[in-house]
Design a protein around this ligand. Structure first.
Ligand code: HAM
Length: 425
């Protein structure tokens, strides 16, 4: 018999052993986006349901069947956030952030909730890292889209993802969207009987979503949809693809419509190999209507979100795997003296290494080399840095490679280079 209490289906505990990868990725994201002038925003996990109905859209799968919604004690309709773009917009408007800043670059990190059928890569509580570029009109529409796409691709490269595909589509501006929806509706209505019940529902609610259908029987009708004649690619989109060309590989896919209703113009998605059916790692696009829909002024925006579970899975599939890479970036510091000055030096060096992304372990208060080595062994750490009084006097460390069974003394200023080379060998 299993334990009496278990986590909810599709919601997972992140335990030691696994959490190190999360911490590593979250830290990378913070450093990456902050160094590119994005500021963090944190919003509550619960919002009024109406916020998502208005923004993500009533007919979207997310609002229609995937939200964790309930009445609070005051009989108000509230929901766990299924995504962050709407919450960010709500917070920006509520706090008048665009009154004090002409434009905003925000990033976020945190859990989202969608009551989907759990499977590999699809959770009910999952995590996203995302950015929103809000009201950056000086750059002009397609340049901001290009900027968001470049940020996404360079972040994925920065964390070591080698094999990913970027797909783009153009949904057209608000007027074009309305016109093309009418024309598509006309086309699909002519083939209504060949469409699945879900698509028949979408036909009346949000015809674009028909393109998302995976149902075999709908494919011939979808494949023949005259999308290019109905909605030819716009000039700004062509300028965008021109800007991306020669920098990031991409494909244009006219079937990419995204599952949230607030988009217009450019939309994009990144997929990675080896993730099975749930291979969408990140998605985003332009959404110029959202702020107006939520009662504010017209505000052009672009953004994206990356699914952390899926990105971690893709990194784990790479060679070397993320676990191996993290394991390599660990060192054990072994002070052999009680001497306070030596201890202070060890703390300072530990701090220096940690700031450089090296995970440092040590046993505080221990001075026996054999006990230090035993602990390092238990932790599976390959490199042990030893400091006794002689190393302290000479401002160096003895570096012991537990795997290769070698040991050398390194002056502090050369230790970094040694570790860099050894950790990646
Ligand atoms: P989204 O495509 O719904 O976009 O989600 C972004 C990413 O979150 C997906 O590509 C996927 O990696 C991950 N994800 C979504 N659902 C699940 C799930 N059930 N389990 C695991 N991972 C999942 C958005 O959320 C938009 N807010 C993106 C955006 C930001 N657009 C503009 N700004």
């Amino acid at each position: 018999m299993g334990p009496k209490y278990q986590a909810l289906k599709g919601m997972e505990d992140l335990l030691p052993g696994e959490i190190e990868k999360w911490q590593w990725l979250e830290q990378k994201a913070r450093v990456f986006f902050e160094s590119r002038s994005f500021k963090e925003i944190r919003t509550p996990l619960l919002e009024y349901t109406d916020l998502f109905t208005r923004s993500v859209g009533e007919a979207s799968d997310i609002v229609h069947k995937e939200m964790f919604s309930f009445k609070d004690r005051g009989d108000r309709d509230i929901s766990l956030r299924p995504e962050m773009t709407a919450s960010v917009a709500r917070a920006v408007i509520e706090h008048g952030l665009l009154k004090t800043n002409k434009s905003l670059r925000l990033y976020y990190l945190g859990p989202m909730f969608r009551a989907e059928r759990p499977q590999a890569g699809r959770k009910r509580q999952f995590h996203q890292i995302g950015i929103e570029i809000i009201n950056e009109t000086n750059l002009g529409g397609f340049n901001v889209d290009a900027e968001a796409i470049f940020q996404l691709c360079s972040f994925l490269s920065e964390v070591g993802l080698k094999d990913f595909r970027l797909r783009l589509n153009d949904l057209g501006d608000a007027v074009q969207q309305k016109q093309s929806a009418e024309k598509l509706k006309h086309y699909f209505s002519g083939h209504k009987t060949k469409l699945c019940p879900d698509c028949q529902y979408r036909l009346d609610r949000n015809v674009l979503r028909v393109f998302d259908c995976k149902n075999e029987s709908c494919q011939p009708v979808i494949d023949k949809a005259p999308w290019n004649e109905i909605a030819p690619l716009s000039k700004p989109f062509e300028a965008l693809t021109g800007a991306l060309k020669n920098h990031v590989p991409f494909e244009i896919n006219r079937r990419l419509v995204r599952g949230l209703d607030y988009y217009n113009g450019t939309v994009f998605e990144v997929t990675a190999a080896g993730l099975g059916a749930q291979d969408a790692l990140a998605g985003g696009g332009r959404y110029d209507r959202l702020y107006e829909d939520l009662g504010s002024d017209s505000t052009p925006c672009t953004g994206f979100s990356i699914g952390l579970e899926r990105l971690l899975a893709a990194l784990e599939n790479s060679t070397p795997s993320l676990s191996e890479r993290i394991k390599l970036r660990r060192v054990y510091l072994a002070p052999l003296e009680e001497n306070q000055k030596l201890r202070t030096q060890v703390y300072k060096d530990a701090l220096y290494l940690r700031q450089r992304d090296v995970q440092v372990e040590t046993l505080l208060g221990e001075t026996s080399l054999s006990k230090h080595l035993k602990k390092a062994n238990q932790l599976g750490i390959r490199f042990v840095l030893i400091m006794g009084s002689s190393e302290f006097e000479k401002r160096c460390w003895t570096a012991k490679d537990m795997e290769k069974k070698t040991q050398n003394e390194w002056p502090w200023e050369k230790l970094g280079t040694y570790l860099e080379e050894a950790l990646s060998s």
